[in-house]
Design a protein around this ligand. Structure first.
Ligand code: UDP
Ligand code: MG
Length: 358
């Protein structure tokens, strides 16, 4: 039994930011689904992404109650994509399910995802057919974003697909070896390729709490996605430049004609209009270039992707080496595996009847 637990068949990874209200229910449903497909050979990796509520207390409590729970606490809020990356780095399963902790993605879909992977898929991703309990604005902006991204991106990133997906170890390892800090996980997984299969599902409303993606974060996320998968916006600024040069030529011809006709003083408003239009276009183009340069600067700093404050299983914290933060994600994965293997062998408990322990 304990050898099974050392390399679980299945890891469920959920980033959590202020999710205390729904987390116990999430664990219950995730554990039940995992148990159906993997028996006892699974783990649930809960990443606390700098929560300010009782999320971490709850995670540590659950890590005592359920031996399958591994708690990972980030030093501060890193954002959904980096929290997910930290969770993927901590996961040791042969197959890894990445899922939101708010139960918008039903964990029970595992029962359909696993057989598809048994038949050879490398990635099985959930594709949303309907979104419940989301505002009109969220749905409209998401639809516009996915449309724009699929026009711009150099790899085909399927539409209406989030990060909810089951991945093989091989895919997770490649993902962790990719060094960029601006991570758009669903796009990176598409880039990896292999056999990727869509599984249509209906997205449920949140079980509890509110969305942790305010408009500002959504816009940043969209910009990260576009800049990391396309340089077309840079080309768009070139096209805009050429188009305005054409308009400027026409204006010049018009001005010359009026000059020849001896009407040189009129036209203040047309000059103002042209000046403001051209400066607006120039500012937009500089802005687009700035988006890319800013990201270049950030990447160039080679700062650690994420920092972990503690790693807890079964009420015991694993001791990470002091240079952990400075490691890349693949080395972090190995170091977490080593640190976890030093923990005392855990008692085996039935995940759904853990209370029986007293
Ligand atoms: N999340 C996170 N860090 C953040 C924001 C969100 O770990 O900075 C987690 C959140 O707890 C949830 C998942 O990411 O499990 C998706 O977030 P949310 O449900 O708020 O996004 P939405 O579904 O509204 O797009
Ligand atoms: Mg959500």
């Amino acid at each position: 039994m304990s050898s099974q637990f050392q390399s679980p068949l299945l890891s469920i990874v959920a980033p959590c930011h202020n999710e205390e209200e729904g987390l116990a229910e999430f664990c219950r449903r995730a554990a039940a689904a995992a148990q159906t497909v993997a028996g006892e050979a699974f783990e649930i990796v809960l990443v606390d992404d700098g929560s300010t509520d009782g999320t971490w207390d709850l995670i540590t409590k659950m890590a005592v109650r359920l031996p399958q729970v591994l708690g990972v606490r980030l030093v501060r809020n890193h954002g959904h994509q980096l929290a997910a990356t930290a969770g993927l780095a901590a996961a040791r399963g042969e197959r890894v399910l990445l899922i939101d902790a708010d139960l918008q993605d039903p964990p029970e879909l595992l029962l359909m995802m696993m057989p598809i992977m048994d038949r050879g898929a490398d990635v099985v991703y959930g594709q949303r057919t309907r979104r419940q309990g989301e505002t009109w604005f969220k749905r409209a902006s998401a639809s516009l974003f996915y449309r724009m991204l699929s026009r711009l991106a150099s790899v085909t990133i399927p539409r209406d697909v989030g990060d909810f997906r089951l991945m093989r170890r091989r895919v997770v390892d490649i993902l962790l070896s990719m060094p960029e800090r601006d991570r758009f996980i669903r796009g990176m997984v598409s880039w990896i390729g292999g056999r990727q299969v869509a599984l249509p599902y209906e997205r449920d409303p949140r079980f509890a709490g509110t969305s942790k993606y305010p408009l500002r974060k959504m816009i940043n996320f969209a910009l990260d996605a576009i800049t990391s998968f396309s340089t077309t916006p840079l080309r768009i600024s070139t096209w805009l430049g050429m188009a305005t040069a054409g308009v400027a030529l026409l204006l010049l011809a018009y001005t010359l004609a009026r000059w020849i006709a001896g009407e040189t003083i009129i036209g203040w408003s047309s000059i103002m209009a042209a000046v403001t239009a051209f400066s607006a276009i120039q500012l937009i183009c500089i802005g687009i270039i700035g988006e890319y340069i800013g990201r270049l600067v950030q990447e160039n700093k080679r700062r650690p992707m994420f920092m972990i404050e503690s790693l807890v299983r079964n009420g015991t914290a694993a001791e990470l080496s002091s240079d952990f933060s400075a490691m890349n994600a693949a080395d972090k994965r190995r170091e977490m595996e080593r640190a976890l293997s030093t923990l005392p062998a855990e008692e085996r408990l039935h995940p759904l009847h853990s209370e029986a322990r007293g």
